[in-house]
Design a protein around this ligand. Structure first.
Ligand code: PMP
Ligand code: GLN
Length: 389
């Protein structure tokens, strides 16, 4: 039978491809972003207790009430905005489902959606499934004076047409590891004052910012809150990527539409995980201690790479850092990453995978992404192998 694919250009995600290759070659996997250590035993115990207490049937469609309350109080405490638990917060099956539901809810056939390139792999296929067209706007690469990728807001504005429905941003940024500055939020405020845009803000790494930099959530600015859907992930925050629990916050008029999709896509997410998270989050130190915890790991990998032929780039957020292999090889990022896995036993992610045309020379800057959400001995072993390159 002839099947007409809805996503003819889509294959298997780079994360799956590289994790499979790493496991086939017994490589240390610094590719796909996940911790190689367990969540806090207190969190596991809280989930266990929830199961024993009988919290094993469907929770409410928008999420377990106590968890939505915790999300509301955390957002208020950190960013100063109060979302209504009943109408403005939904617990989702990972950030992924909240993102997909948002695209399906707001992107109509023929709409354009601006994505900042490089971008997380889910966005473009999701936009296309909704019948929309992704319009990539390249980030400005690092320079001597400003060693971080940043958004060129003039270029974003120049890409807005009468069909532009939405702008997607993701900070702390995967894969470039850069954070928002106050002037970025100023630029966003100016944009939405001029154009009727929604902003989908993927803030899954909101708790992973370093060097005393606070995460600048869109929830810190009242004018942005009105137009924004903010998405986060407990997988990233509490070292439990396999639990697939995330959430989104948005004004009630937007959330009503997101829930119409959410209720039919998954209806809701596992009750004991939600209840356990709610209990665990009573203690704010569970997330407040994360920047220091991950900064130590970032610095360890960064320092270690200085004893190899790789050149690390600074990372101000996420649990990744980029490293250049300039001077080591002229191969494309994908070929180099595969070779590194096979020949030296270290799995990484080619940054080119986050571009619309991964094979194009303009998408290849001799950069690989390494995940430092690993135990010290894992990082030691990876560094030893990288030193042999
Ligand atoms: N957005 C970004 C930028 C990510 O890196 C990830 C990674 N996992 C996701 C969304 C998806 O999060 P989740 O696993 O909670 O669905
Ligand atoms: N977000 C993770 C990363 O960037 C991967 C998630 C996935 O495998 N889909 O590595």
């Amino acid at each position: 039978m002839q099947i007409q694919s809805k996503l003819p250009a889509v294959g298997t995600t780079i994360f799956t491809v590289m994790s499979k290759l790493a496991s086939e070659h017994n490589a240390i996997n610094l590719g796909q972003g996940f911790p190689d250590f367990n969540p806090d035993p207190k969190l596991i115990e809280a989930v266990h207790q929830a199961m024993l207490q009988g919290l094993n049937q469907y929770p409410p469609m928008p999420g377990h009430a106590a968890l939505r309350e915790r999300i509301a109080s955390k957002t208020l405490q950190r960013y100063g905005h109060h979302y209504n638990c009943d109408t403005e917060i939904t617990v989702s099956s990972g950030a992924s489902e909240a993102l997909m539901a948002s695209f399906l809810a707001f992107v109509h056939a023929g709409d354009e959606v601006i994505v900042i390139e490089p971008f997380y792999d889910l966005y473009v296929p999701a936009i296309e499934l909704a019948g929309g067209k992704a319009v990539p706007v390249p980030m400005t690469p690092p320079t001597q004076n400003h060693p971080y990728y940043r958004v060129d807001w003039d270029l974003v504005e120049a890409s807005i047409t009468s069909r532009t429905r939405m702008l997607v941003i993701n900070f702390p940024h995967n894969p470039t590891c850069s954070n928002l500055r106050p002037q970025d939020l100023d630029a966003l405020e100016q944009l939405i004052a001029k154009y009727p845009l929604l902003i989908l803000s993927d803030e899954v790494y909101e708790h992973l910012t370093f060097d005393q930099q606070a995460h600048l959530s869109l929830a810190t600015r009242p004018s942005l809150v009105e137009r924004a859907i903010i998405v986060s992930s407990f997988g990233k925050t509490f070292h439990a990527t396999g639990w697939k629990v995330g959430y989104c916050c948005a004004p009630a008029v937007l959330m009503t539409e997101i829930r119409k999709i959410h209720q039919y896509m998954v209806f809701t997410v596992p009750t004991p995980l939600q209840a356990g998270l709610a209990t665990y989050m009573q203690d704010p130190s569970t997330w407040e201690t994360l920047p220091a915890f991950y900064q130590e790991k970032r610095d360890y990998l960064l320092q270690g790479l200085k004893h190899t032929r790789f050149t690390p780039l600074p990372s101000e957020g996420t649990f990744f850092l980029l490293a250049s292999y300039d001077g080591i090889s002229n191969e494309s990022e994908l070929e180099f990453s595969k070779w590194l896995t096979r020949a030296h036993g270290v799995g990484t992610i080619p940054v080119s995978a986050f571009y619309q045309n991964p094979e194009h020379p303009a998408s290849n800057h001799k950069l690989i992404r390494l995940c430092f959400a690993k135990q010290k001995n894992t990082l030691d072993e990876a560094l030893q192998r990288l030193a042999n390159v």
